[in-house]
Design a protein around this ligand. Sequence first.
Ligand SMILES: Cc1cc2nc3c(=O)[nH]c(=O)nc-3n(C[C@H](O)[C@H](O)[C@H](O)COP(=O)(O)OP(=O)(O)OC[C@H]3O[C@@H](n4cnc5c(N)ncnc54)[C@H](O)[C@@H]3O)c2cc1C
Length: 460
Amino acid sequence: MNPHATILGAGLSGALMAIFLAHNERRVLIYERRPDLRKVDMDAGRSINLALADRGIHALKQAGVFDDVEPLLIPMRGRMLHDISGQLSFAAYGQRPHEVIYSVSRPGLTRVLLDHARRRYGIEPRFLQAARALDFEHDELVMLDEVTSETQRLRLAPLIAADGAGSLVRRAMIGQLGTRVTEDVLEHGYKELTLPAGPGGTHRIERHALHIWPRGGFMLIALPNVDGSFTMTLFLAQYGAESFATLDGRDAVDAFFTQHFPDVTPLMPGLAREFLEHPVGRMSTVRTERWAAPAGHAVLLGDAAHAIVPFHGQGMNACFEDCFELNRLLEATGDWAHSFNSFEALRKPNTDAIAAMALENYIEMRDTVRDPKFMLRKELSFELERRFPDRFIPRYSMVMFHHEIPYAVAYERGRLQARILEEATSSIDTLDQVDWASTTGWIRERLAPLVESSGSPGEG
Ligand SMILES: Cc1cc2nc3c(=O)[nH]c(=O)nc-3n(C[C@H](O)[C@H](O)[C@H](O)COP(=O)(O)OP(=O)(O)OC[C@H]3O[C@@H](n4cnc5c(N)ncnc54)[C@H](O)[C@@H]3O)c2cc1C
């Protein structure tokens, strides 16, 4: 084994993992193929801001870095839905003051993590160093210096592969270790656009909300930035009548936006130019059968192990939770190989669960939110949480506000709760039609299994 751990990738997972390890006095080397984003702006047009929630915040606090991150955060209290006529309706995410999620700049957050690692622990990633090949049998990682074109051979163990959704380490595991991986590519892609700030850096639409323009087969969303702008993301089919393939010129883009998003299009003066310049991103769900290579050689972390679609705003949050859990296991056992195996066993059922919930949420965001029954079920789920706080927590809240409830438990409980909500709202149109006197017993009985199926973090 090396006297230090090698982390491949200085993205969100790699940077936070480095902080956790250094915090516990482990030596860390990080290699990153891209230039230092603190010196070069590289992310124009690609996933500029993200939603940070309780799981991510908990991990950042445990790593001792949350105080540095906090100034970057903009609270979003709920979804602001824009219908075709420009009518707005607001649906709160939770019912307690702290039940909010936060918009945060991706490059800003990565910068803060890298700065913290350097300032507190003297860790400076080696930038422009790309992993090119990996040989498990000979315990060797081949790195290419992108500036000098020289190659260097490193010993693997222990290697933490935080090299993202297209992970080279995962591909080597498939080829050399027979690891089974599925990658389901979504038929829809995404494109990021800007709604610029108003005069004096003001926000031109409600600042403390995640805006959604749900249009059935596709949707536009907006998350606020601290400079007064919003990052808008259009999620749309790659091919077909209304798709990225057909929006191939200024006129087509302008007509599409004017037809479907008339209230916000006038606020986006650079729309057609940005649309034609920015790339279409692809989204996929990666499920990896084994995350740990034998003998503590390597482990996959973050998107490298379990990339998911972005519709629950949980990809990064799950990555941060990974870092916390892997570090906790290392602290408990002091043994890399054992920790890598336990990490895989603990996390995989949970990341499979959030992958499934993220896919379900796409339909909810772009379509189901428009159904009055959806709003009724949401209201009822808050009411049930108020009446039976030890028995019922809305699924969204379990995922976003309760890091102590593992994703797999949230998924399972969510399934039972969905059936209760479905049944209880089948013959009513408003909440005041619920006859609590006669239904309380019935609901209590239905909720009993939820108490039994709940768990604490680490129970998987
Ligand atoms: C449109 C979109 C919206 C999203 N919104 C949210 C959200 O709201 N909330 C949320 O929680 N998550 C969100 N996510 C998910 C989140 O972005 C990812 O889960 C997270 O960035 C993964 O971090 P990572 O460090 O594991 O991988 P990455 O961020 O991909 O980092 C991997 C790093 O490894 C480096 N690397 C790759 N290969 C090599 C190599 N061969 N050698 C050296 N270095 C290498 C890369 O350059 C990169 O820096 C979203 C994702 C998308 C696409």
